[in-house]
Write a protein that binds this ligand. Structure first.
Ligand code: FE2
Ligand code: FE2
Length: 494
């Protein structure tokens, strides 16, 4: 027949584990959460075959339960086993056994050991031999020893709690130190958006003390935030309420002294038990960083303007010496940029190309003016002299620290992708993309316009030239883009 064990413990996890173990080992199990419940249960049901009880429990503890059982004629023969974690003293066990308990086991036990002990106690043989429950001492003696035993257990429990408390305090101290010393400002809000925490660094950032903000509703921030920013804060708070994390929002705060501070804030919701319980935000003053960024940008813009002015002055120098190509560089620059944009080259590259194109023939200042303006076709010697202009242009510009490869773009503007160009006979991708675009624009402009030795040929022959040599001399994408510009987009050389 199945034996029934009554287990008594105020901890539901303990009850659950014990119940699972015992049921899977073939016992029926009754459960009680304190001595009083256990007693009622033992009296109402058919009495259990064994009682397995914890000691410290509310309402009625294990000692009192054991004493009640052993004093009751109906229950006194039921084996009683203490199973307790808070064993502190041999006296506890002695007291338990003096009450008539069969065993005093300390948690946790290996399941096999616990089951073996229970089997032993339940064995018929054992029951036959079991001694008569010892008579209990005087009533007062019981209470004295009961109180002592409980007191020892409570003391142990208190010291455990104290140790846990000390650990908690150490953790709290660590948290407090980071909170107080962080240079960023940490702000916490509860679910109603009341400010519940502000780290002291707020005073360095805005000149307010944490106490001035604590306990206020976040809408009160509108007195210290610019109107634009408060709108953004309201919108962000709504997003956070819906579970979003805001990685870096930038707001403008107004410090106590009236200075506007640019503050970057990262915030996330605080979720407790699956519900929105508030939010935590970390704010960093980036006013100086912003200011530095702005100054850097201004410096860069200034530098760029002065570079552009220098380049324009250089272009004029070339063109005054060489009136026939006057305007050539400017028109080439316009067309080259249009082609590059049509090809969707990055803006940075287009900017560099423009600067290079405006002075791409600057090397011609090292060639005698008579040759440049010769009103006839050039001899081979004269032409080889002209060909030095791209390398000469490179030499003039190579030491200037442009943010773009201006000197190289110029050196390679007469290279051809089949390697037939000059000065280095570079092929394909070895020629800078800007130079490949510049080459197409240069050829088209040169053919279409008037030259010292011949009138302008017009656009038709220029288009024929680049179409015929597309992919041979000229970059195919640049050619396609150039043809689209003239044929479909109404581009004109001006
Ligand atoms: Fe050239
Ligand atoms: Fe040119």
């Amino acid at each position: 027949m199945k034996k029934t064990i009554l287990i008594v413990d105020d901890n539901s996890a303990n009850l659950y584990l014990l119940k699972s173990l015992l049921e899977s080992s073939g016992f029926d199990v009754l459960e009680a959460v304190n001595g009083r419940d256990a007693l009622d249960m033992a009296l109402v049901h058919p009495p259990p075959d064994l009682i397995l009880s914890d000691i410290l429990m509310p309402v009625m503890d294990g000692y009192a339960l054991c004493r009640e059982c052993k004093s009751d004629e109906r229950l006194k023969y039921i084996p009683f086993v203490f199973y307790t974690a808070t064993f502190t003293d041999a006296k506890d066990e002695e007291f338990a056994l003096s009450l008539g308990a069969d065993r005093f086991l300390i948690k946790p036990q290996e399941p096999e050991i616990l089951l073996k002990v229970l089997d032993e106690i339940l064995a018929a043989e054992y029951s036959a031999q079991r001694p008569h429950p010892r008579p209990l001492g005087e009533e007062m003696e019981f209470f004295r020893r009961h109180d002592e035993a409980l007191f020892r257990k409570l003391e142990k429990k208190m010291s455990d709690l104290e140790r846990a408390n000390r650990q908690l305090a150490a953790l709290e101290e660590q948290y407090r130190l980071s909170f107080e010393n962080a240079s960023d400002v940490i702000i916490t809000l509860d679910a109603e958006y009341t400010i519940t925490g502000v780290s002291p660094s707020i005073e360095r950032m805005l000149g307010y003390k944490p106490q001035e903000l604590m306990g206020r509703h976040y809408t009160d921030l509108k007195t210290i935030v610019t109107p634009e920013s408060i709108k953004k804060i309201f919108a962000d708070v709504n997003l956070i309420r819906n579970g979003d994390i805001i990685a870096a929002s930038v707001y403008e705060y107004v410090a106590r002294d009236g200075a506007v501070k640019i503050v970057e804030v990262s915030s996330s919701p605080v979720i407790r038990d699956g519900r929105f319980a508030g939010l935590i935000a970390i704010a960093r003053d980036i006013t100086e960083r912003r200011q530095m960024d702005r100054e850097r940008q201004e410096n860069f813009d200034r530098l760029r303007k002065s570079l552009e002015a220098t380049v324009r002055a250089m272009a004029v120098t070339v063109e005054t010496r060489d009136p026939y190509t006057a305007g050539h560089q400017r028109r080439v620059a316009g067309l080259a940029c249009a082609i590059a944009e049509e090809m969707r080259l990055p803006t940075e590259q287009v900017d560099g190309l423009r600067m290079a194109a405006v002075i791409h023939d600057i090397g011609k200042i090292s060639i005698p003016a008579e040759i440049l303006s010769m009103p006839r076709k050039l001899t081979a010697t004269e032409f080889s002299l002209i060909k030095t202009h791209s390398e000469a242009g490179y030499d003039i510009l190579k030491d200037i620290d442009f943010p773009w490869p201006i000197a190289r773009i110029i050196r390679e503007h007469h290279e051809r992708i089949d390697g037939s160009g000059y000065p280095n006979g570079l092929t394909g991708e070895n020629v800078l993309p800007e130079s490949r675009v510049l080459a197409v624009a240069d050829v088209v402009e040169a053919m279409a316009s008037h030259r010292p030795y011949r009138p302008g040929l017009g656009l038709g022959p220029a288009m024929d030239e680049i179409t015929k040599n597309k992919g041979i001399l000229y970059d195919p994408e640049a050619v396609d883009a150039c043809i689209r510009l003239f044929r479909e987009k109404g581009y004109r050389l001006e």
